[in-house]
Design a protein. Sequence first.
Length: 383
Amino acid sequence: MTTTKPTIAVIGAGLGGAAAAALLQRAGYPTQVYEQAPEFSRLGAGIHLGPNVMKVMRRIGIEDELDRMGSHPDYWFSRDGASGEYLSRIPLGDFAKKQYGASYITVHRGDLHALMVDQLDQDRLHFGKRLRTVDDQGDKVMMTFADGSEASADLVIGADGVNSVIREHLLGEEAPIYSGWVAHRAIISAQKLAAYDLDFEACVKWWSEDRHMMVYYVTGDQREYYYVTGVPEPDWHHGTSFVDSSREEMRKAFAGYGDVVQALIDCTEQVTKWPLLERNPLPLWHDNRLVLLGDAAHPMKPHMAQGAAMAIEDAAMLVRCLESVGNAHYSEAFELYRANRFERASRVQQVSHDNTWLRNDEDPAWVFAYDVFDVPLNDPATQ
Ligand code: FAD
């Protein structure tokens, strides 16, 4: 059978690329995925999936599985790191389902990623393919990979993260900005925590003036607890995407925090430290047959827990725009996509940068109630 749909190459099978490819393949686009990693492993990290993302997971067909897999906090609590005083209580749980249209879960990032990658046509998923060059020849795009192989496609989606080769091709070489903050990440066995007479809440962010520790369960059975921090560190000179940290470093960084945080540090077996990178909003998200999404377009500090959420929403909006404009008019579709993502993604980038999200009681509906499939589309001409 012949198809009128363009062939699409997705560069990067991270959370944004996997979402884009899953939705494109379901919509009948011949879509190949090229991922630089030789394989994916279950790195020690968690992730929040708000109702805005779960609505996309519903379309991909994995909402129920994620609901089973994840922890369902009833609240996001913000608390003072030293005194324990509650700064905010943001209702989630059944409230989120009713009010925002889907669950709010926290889950292991590796489990989520594996489930998403499983949804792809495995014959069209290529590991060990690090994109080196793209050449938009007007009627098609040629790609070369570090292993010496080549491929072509009608359209290419750059879902290749903060150091995107497609972004560099469109806008020139420019390193991301080191924000001056790092994140420590550790997974802790809940068994160890049972020795303490303390309440380990399902989703809580401990704050002080210039740093924080976000803590939550990453499995539905609450077997694994996870923390991720934001701590100032003036320079990042390691040249790698993360390094090992230590209990001693954590004790120093969180001296003065209360019993729960000290218990988490005492129970830490392995902790890594990541530089938090950003870019200012980009002047260009697409050109002719190339388009960006996710961290390639708008990397941000993770302090709203919405970076991957924005990548996944981008993916869904991009497919929606391609479907609504028609395949012959991909440039218009890309412009419609940008017009309907730029403002939201830039706002989330800014709030994440400021690290103010849910510190005090506020209404999170503008983030959580958003339905990428249903939101009225802005006209690019009025932007
Ligand atoms: P990535 O996840 O970076 O994926 C890019 C993919 O492209 C990778 O698989 C990479 O190997 C591949 N790639 C790169 N270059 C090439 C190439 N040249 N050729 C082929 N493949 C290539 N977000 C949330 O929504 N909730 C959270 O709770 C959350 N917590 C976070 C905590 C921390 C500490 C950090 C650092 C981030 C957090 N985020 C969170 C943000 C989130 O991780 C990112 O925003 C998200 O992963 C972006 O997805 P992406 O698909 O755009 O990019």
